[in-house]
Design a protein around this ligand. Structure first.
Ligand code: AMP
Ligand code: ZN
Length: 664
């Protein structure tokens, strides 16, 4: 066998082993043997660059760095799905479509994988291009990153069509999510909130070898193209499977709605045993001819419906309570639970928020409690199972002194939270303020993690945000485990932070109750830190969304000389303390008005429209409610328009009317 033949044979063998492992879940060789074969191929390819193939299994490890992912228009639009939350909704849907079709029909039920959607183009059996969903019309091309995902075939098997797009969901298994977060906790980095966001964030990593290290998976569910050799969803899934794609065998062909409901019922319990996240199931009309007859709304196919599960609960024992001190001195009670499996992860802690919540739940040590998970990392306790309460269960006595610095806690009139008032001597508060300052939504200084701040604090290098700007590389080098490169990264991040816009700086300095949105509002209205400092309570509360509580907190912040000094020092260091020219709103003609865009827009994209609203002082909101002033409806507007009309309080605009309004 000559070298080229040998390389080809190794590639084929490795691709087959890959398939056995990642798609069939039935490896026929050990990981060690696999690695040996891969090593052999890597060496041969290195010695013979003339036989390079971008679809070789060696390319799975990545290495391409993409600075900006190109925007690509989808040849076929990527639609969303309509949602239903109850069995009645689904029954209504079935009635509607069967009225249109004039007969009963078959459905395919699939799991609704909770990750990031992807559309992959295959030509002549090879992966050609992979594009994110984006806004459904166009997305980002992330082909090098997608190549690294082991369950996506680089080359196809069997009798595949010459050209088609296949769509599916890239997702992160729970185990991998937990592994990454455990590592991040060790590195003192902010934890990722959930597997879905982590999957979509991973897809945008610039260095494809970084994404190769994350064990992402991909489940596929739709093929689009012309002259395709199948006539129904069910046939299509079978065909896609035969081409080598990962098509979960959980899908089911249902002949009646009762069978669909059985499927839902089954997965409502069984989803607890899945190794990856789902957020519901998807019901699709099976026949393509009937799908075509039903067509699409502006946003989604009429022939498909998602059914969303209710948040999952688990029952477990409350073992004890610990207390955490936040950067503002707020004390948060945290429940330590007997570990329990919930939505695929093991839960050991739950937030209890404050003393009032503890009282309201009447939760006691030793109680059996129900925990529920929203989108956050930390689940919450929703109820106590009083039927099994032990007679000796002890009421929880809220602590009276700070667990960190032992100062007596205070609780202000009308507030639920306890506070440690020792701002300047309580370590978690001092560290917490600096952590907040460098965090992603504030000054975004990613190279400075919690552990680094702790180390710098312990070595008396920093005690507030302004101290960062006095740091020199020589100060950092003597610190434990501080390499030259990390020290340089820290110095660079500090320098770069001087370009962060004022509204983020205002958020970063950590005035109580001034969150991201409030900071943005204040910055845009008052334009400089001096103006905010000098504003009266009335001037502050005149602004929408700024109430007495926030105004008082701002006044209190600037009443303390040490805060004024902090601001002065930051300003002197070069940190932005006023709005740059380009960040100022263009006008105030939409001041305080709320907007929502729906339907297919033809004059501008949704993002452009939303930016116009912000530029002119208005606000975008996400749903039709009585808080909505204007609904701008494009062509084929659907349920939102209907809802707005039925409310009667929302003014409905065409795109032209909106533009005229903006122009004043
Ligand atoms: P939504 O984002 O809630 O509008 O839901 C639509 C999205 O669900 C699609 O864009 C897909 O990314 C995703 N999805 C997950 N599983 C499926 C499935 N089996 N069939 C179709 N779409 C799915
Ligand atoms: Zn304290």
């Amino acid at each position: 066998m000559d070298i080229h033949q040998k390389i080809i044979k190794l590639r084929e063998d490795l691709a087959q082993h890959n398939y056995n492992y990642y798609i069939l879940d039935q490896p026929t060789i050990s990981d060690y043997e696999f690695d040996q074969l891969l090593k052999e191929l890597i060496e041969l390819e290195k010695a013979h660059p003339e036989f390079y193939d971008e679809n070789s299994p060696t390319q799975r490890v990545g290495g391409t760095v993409t600075k900006d992912f190109p925007t690509i228009s989808h040849e076929y639009r990527m639609y969303s799905l309509d949602n239903s939350y109850s069995i009645e909704d689904l029954q209504d849907w079935e009635n509607r479509i069967e009225k249109v079709l004039g007969s009963k029909t078959e459905f395919v039920c699939e799991l609704k994988y909770d990750g990031a959607s992807i559309s992959i183009l295959y030509e002549n059996g090879k992966i050609k291009q992979a594009v994110t969903r984006g806004d459904g019309f166009q997305g980002d091309e992330i082909t090098p990153n997608v190549r690294t995902i082991r369950s996506i075939p680089l080359k196809l098997k069997g009798d595949y069509p010459q050209r088609f797009h296949i769509r599916g969901e890239i997702l992160m298994p729970f185990k991998e999510f937990d592994r990454i977060n455990a590592q991040r906790r060790k590195d003192g980095l902010e934890l990722y909130a959930n597997p879905r966001n982590t999957a979509s964030g991973s897809l945008k990593l610039q260095d494809s070898s970084e994404i190769a290290k994350r064990k992402l998976d991909c489940y596929l569910y739709t093929i689009v193209g012309t002259n395709l050799p199948f006539n129904s969803q069910w046939e299509m899934l079978k065909a896609a499977h035969s081409y080598g794609f990962k098509i979960p065998d959980t899908a089911r062909l249902c002949h009646t709605l009762d069978e669909v409901l059985e499927f839902i019922d089954y997965w409502d319990t069984e989803r607890k045993n899945l190794t990856f996240p789902i957020d519901g199931i998807v019901v699709k009309v099976n026949s393509f001819a009937l799908q075509e007859e039903l067509g699409y709304t502006a946003k989604s196919p009429r022939w498909a419906m998602a059914y969303k599960f209710k948040a999952e609960q688990a029952e477990t024992e409350l073992l004890s309570i610990s207390y955490q001190v936040g950067r503002t001195g707020a004390i948060t009670p945290v429940a330590n639970l007997k570990p329990v499996n919930l939505a695929g992860t093991v839960v050991k802690r739950a937030s209890l928020h404050n003393a009032d919540i503890i009282e309201k739940l009447d939760v006691r040590i030793g109680d059996m409690v129900y925990v529920e998970k929203g989108g956050e990392i930390i689940p919450k306790i929703v109820e106590v199972n009083l039927d099994v309460r032990q007679p000796d269960a002890q009421k929880i006595e809220f602590i009276t002194h700070c667990p960190e610095c032992h100062t007596e806690l205070i609780r202000n009139e009308g507030e639920a939270q306890h506070f440690c008032p020792n701002e300047d001597g309580c370590k978690p508060q001092i560290i917490g303020r600096m952590e907040h300052y460098v965090s992603r939504k504030a000054m975004d200084m990613a190279s400075i993690g919690t552990e680094t701040i702790d180390l710098m604090f312990e070595n008396h290098l920093v005690k507030d945000a302004a101290d960062f700007y006095d740091l020199k590389k020589e100060d950092l080098l003597p610190l434990e485990r501080m390499a030259e490169k990390s020290a340089q990264n820290i110095i660079d991040a500090i320098e770069l932070s001087k370009q962060i816009p004022f509204e983020k700086v205002l958020y970063a300095i950590g005035i109580r109750h001034v969150g991201e949105t409030v900071a943005k509002k204040l910055a845009r209205h008052f334009k400089s830190i001096e103006n905010i400092q000098n504003a009266s309570t009335e001037e502050l509360t005149d602004l929408e969304d700024i109430g007495e509580k926030i105004a008082l907190s701002i006044k209190e912040f600037f009443s303390k000389p040490k805060n004024i000094e902090l601001v002065q020092r930051l300003k002197a260091a070069g940190v932005q303390m006023e709005m740059g020219e380009s960040e100022q709103p263009v006008s105030n003609v939409l001041n305080g008005k709320t907007f929502l865009f729906t339907g297919a827009l033809s004059h501008f994209t949704r993002e452009q429209a939303q930016k116009m609203v912000e530029d002119h002082g208005g606000k975008n909101i996400s749903a039709v409610s009585k808080n909505l002033d204007y609904l701008v409806a494009g062509e084929k507007a659907g349920s939102k328009l209907k809802k707005a009309e039925s409310l009667g309080t929302v003014q409905i605009l065409t795109e032209e009317e909106f533009l005229r309004m903006v122009e004043g």
